[in-house]
Ligand binder design. Structure first.
Ligand SMILES: [Zn+2]
Length: 59
């Protein structure tokens, strides 16, 4: 008798590509949030240790 089945197909989460990013202070390239920066994201200014070494050398 009453056998209606509704589908809610759109239950997919897209968690990727939802990460913040900012430009590197040394090379100027945008870099994405990393888990290791989770605590310190506001203070992260360089995309890599190499850029940090290069950028931190400025007086
Ligand atoms: Zn960089």
């Amino acid at each position: 008798m009453g056998g209606r089945t509704r589908k809610t197909a759109n239950g997919v989460k897209t968690a990727k590509a939802n990460l913040p990013s900012k430009p590197c202070a040394a090379c100027g390239r945008p870099f994405a949030w990393r888990k290791k920066w989770a605590r310190d994201w506001d203070n992260v200014r360089f995309c890599s240790d190499r850029c940090r070494a290069a950028g931190a050398g400025k007086p």
